[in-house]
Unconditional design. Structure first.
Length: 246
């Protein structure tokens, strides 16, 4: 199976060398789709030098204004992080994450997301992911260079693609099309709006309510029709509240 449906997303990269190094790592492992989210100003010449011949990846890269834009058409997303989180997300080792991404890529666009060099993925960015992958390291020195992290995961993806015929496949069959990231994001914003309107969610003291709900729906993998039904319910609630009393 081709790896063309798998995109590597770098959020707010600050060093041109890391971008070039990531492009080289991807090209080594037959990956071509690189997205940059709000990158700092960088020298394309420096990135190209570090890419060491992988200029075709740099020439095709997409620059997105935000993570929502970068993931808009993705059916499945895994984020990378070296830090544990207070709210547990489904967590995978690199090989399992790669197998899952390759399996999902057979049905449409998927993404592997890397956070900024200094801070990694924020909780808000992690909310856009269905799962989390952590690369095992020495606990006393766990910080990986961004390009090195991309190389490790690109290698696992290459292996997973080659071993697909010999591995126990993930069950990715669905009876209806899954909603893409943009459709689900619109549902989350609609849900948050309604919860505020009915005084169930206090925006001044949210108590991680939306984060927990997003985690719940991420486990379910919403279909397009299900999103339409849920948003229809939300709209009906709004219409009922706005209906004048007779």
């Amino acid at each position: 199976m081709s790896l063309d449906n798998i995109r590597i997303v770098l959020v707010a990269p600050t060093h041109a060398g890391n971008i070039g190094g990531a492009a080289r790592a991807m090209r080594n492992m037959a990956l071509h789709r690189l997205h940059l989210v709000s990158p700092a100003d960088f020298s394309i010449a420096e990135a190209s030098a570090r890419a060491a011949g992988a200029d075709d990846v740099l020439n095709r890269l997409h620059v997105d204004a935000n993570l929502t834009e970068a993931l808009a058409d993705c059916r499945y997303v895994i984020g990378t992080s070296a830090r544990s989180r207070r709210l547990a997300w489904p967590q995978y080792d690199p090989a399992t994450a790669a197998r899952q991404l390759v399996a999902e890529a057979g049905q449409g666009a998927v993404a592997l997301v890397f956070g900024a060099e200094r801070t990694g993925l924020t909780n808000a960015e992690l909310e856009r992911c269905h799962g989390l992958v952590t690369i095992p390291t020495d606990p006393g020195f766990s910080s990986l260079n961004l390009a090195c992290a991309v190389q490790i995961m690109a290698y696992e993806l290459f292996l997973a693609q080659g071993r697909g015929a010999h591995s126990e496949p993930f069950d990715t069959a669905v009876s209806e099309p899954l909603a893409d990231s943009a459709e689900v994001e619109r549902f989350y914003r609609h849900l948050e709006q309604v919860l505020i309107e009915i005084d169930f969610l206090d925006p001044q003291h949210p108590r991680k309510l939306m984060r927990r709900l997003i985690r719940l729906f991420s486990r379910v993998r919403l279909e397009v029709n299900e999103v339409h039904i849920l948003r229809g319910i939300l709209t009906a609630i709004q219409d009922r509240r706005n209906r004048p009393n007779i």
